[in-house]
Design a protein around this ligand. Structure first.
Ligand SMILES: Nc1ncnc2c1ncn2[C@@H]1O[C@H](COP(=O)(O)OP(=O)(O)OP(=O)(O)O)[C@@H](O)[C@H]1O
Ligand SMILES: [Mg+2]
Length: 267
């Protein structure tokens, strides 16, 4: 993908997602009583159209919280509302993208990208919508290709197109770039932020990589292992042009967040 001409800045007739806030109130979760709570007393309100990074060490409950927001796990306590609607299960309005793209190898790129629409029961205009989202992720020329012939980064873009096709309000990402090489990862990070901003998506991104948060997020929320509580919450006020590792303000922001993160481990 070319950085001087990101697809997200091109004028395309892609349906805009509705701006939706995410309200997490009093969420707690226990898998097994003997293990104790994985999350407790999570209160978090996420502004519509913003990108929030959930940062924490392995086992701190990041994926659990994301699954609860996605309606894939019912919390032991508390509730999540998205755009005013109570989350009681999965929905095409809030979609999750996983680390592994989980595509169907016997289907073409376009067929895979259209699966979300099929599940959402949106048949009308599906072909045009698939063409639009493939264009958005820069895979228009790959529409008829077999997904097996694509690189890992391209497959991840197909998964992104599939997630975006039903025009969700909220996109939930659970370390979706961690299997990619550094350069592919960086271009995905930049592009996905640009796409989210362009579509007005509210995005929640789980990561244990602080630099990924500084590249992509407007706000970082830190989860502390053990107790499973929010132990830090800070805005990332960086101009999009400064969101690259060569920028001095990026370095300063990275150092500031790293300090917060390190402080949590020792506190
Ligand atoms: N299905 C499950 N049943 C029982 N315990 C679970 C289950 N899923 C996760 N856990 C436990 O809950 C805790 C939090 O797990 P979770 O997957 O949310 O952490 P995470 O922050 O996403 O970690 P990682 O960075 O390694 O992905 C861990 O102690 C884990 O062992
Ligand atoms: Mg996880």
């Amino acid at each position: 993908m070319q950085h001087d001409h990101p697809s997200a800045e091109r004028a395309q007739p892609v349906a805009k997602s509705g701006d939706a806030d995410v309200r997490i109130a009093g969420v707690a979760h226990t898998y097994a009583v003997v293990d104790g709570p994985v999350l407790s007393g999570i209160d978090l309100t996420i502004a519509p159209g913003s990108v929030v990074a959930l940062i924490g060490r392995s086992g701190s409950g990041k994926s659990t919280l994301l699954h609860i927001i996605a309606g894939l796990i019912r919390p032991t306590d508390g509730a999540v509302r998205i755009g005013g609607q109570a989350v009681q299960g999965p929905s095409p309005r809030w979609v999750m993208m996983f680390q592994a793209p989980s595509l169907f190898p016997w289907m073409s790129v376009a067929q895979n990208a259209g699966l979300g629409l099929r599940y959402a029961g949106q048949k009308d205009g599906a072909a045009e919508r698939v063409a639009d989202v493939l264009d958005l992720v820069d895979l228009a020329s790959f529409a008829d290709r077999n997904v097996q012939d694509l690189s890992g980064g391209q497959q991840q873009r197909v998964a992104l197109a599939r997630s975006l096709a039903p025009s969700p309000d909220v996109l939930l990402l659970d370390e979706p770039f961690s299997a990619l090489d550094m350069f592919t990862r960086q271009s995905m990070q930049t592009d996905v932020r640009a796409i989210a901003k362009r579509l007005g998506l509210t995005m929640i991104l789980v990561t244990h990589d602080v630099s990924e948060a500084v590249l992509m997020a407007d706000r970082a929320v830190f989860l502390k292992s053990g107790a499973g509580v929010i132990a830090g919450d800070t805005d990332i006020n960086l101009d999009d042009r400064a969101r690259n590792a060569d920028d001095p303000t990026f370095d300063a922001e990275l150092a500031r967040l790293n300090e917060i993160y390190t402080g949590l481990q020792t506190a």
